[in-house]
Design a binder for this molecule. Sequence first.
Ligand SMILES: CC(C)(COP(=O)(O)OP(=O)(O)OC[C@H]1O[C@@H](n2cnc3c(N)ncnc32)[C@H](O)[C@@H]1OP(=O)(O)O)[C@@H](O)C(=O)NCCC(=O)NCCS
Length: 147
Amino acid sequence: MTVRPATQEDWPSVKKLLRFTFSELRDTCGSDDIFDVASHVVSRGIDTGEAVFVAEDQMGELGGYVAWVGKIPGMPDDVAFGVGTYVLPKHRGNGLSERLRDAAIARCRELGYRRVRGEASNKNTAGIASCEKLGFQVVGVVVEKAL
Ligand SMILES: CC(C)(COP(=O)(O)OP(=O)(O)OC[C@H]1O[C@@H](n2cnc3c(N)ncnc32)[C@H](O)[C@@H]1OP(=O)(O)O)[C@@H](O)C(=O)NCCC(=O)NCCS
């Protein structure tokens, strides 16, 4: 697998992977409205050279992506928001998310961000463990009640 910056030509495949992310993490990602906002933010991030990377196999198929993007309303200027990281099930357990996120960390540093922040369900043990391995810390919890 080659990890490289995403281009607009990748966008249809990245959007498909973003859709998989939303369906697998439905309890935290939520509605189609949020998917549309996330799509817009990631597509814009590709255009502006933010930390959006893909993992591509020898056949040119994408097996995963990471998208950490800044200039999100309500977010400090020096914070990149982790819109998504996703690895197709068949490629999991091979260190791919780590390689994608290492690339994103390097790019975020180049862009001058001081922190990256993301959200995860407390049920997403793989997601949280994979972040903690890279030095992420749980800094708060979101409370929610169904109405
Ligand atoms: C979470 C996810 C991105 C991990 O991708 P991956 O390429 O399989 O992860 P890696 O192989 O790079 O693993 C890196 C570390 O994450 C942790 N990890 C990964 N999968 C794990 C699992 N199923 N259970 C516990 N820890 C896990 C381990 O600490 C692992 O390091 P190790 O192999 O040295 O023990 C992948 O499972 C995924 O796409 N899940 C759905 C989307 C998602 O949850 N995104 C992250 C939201 S925070």
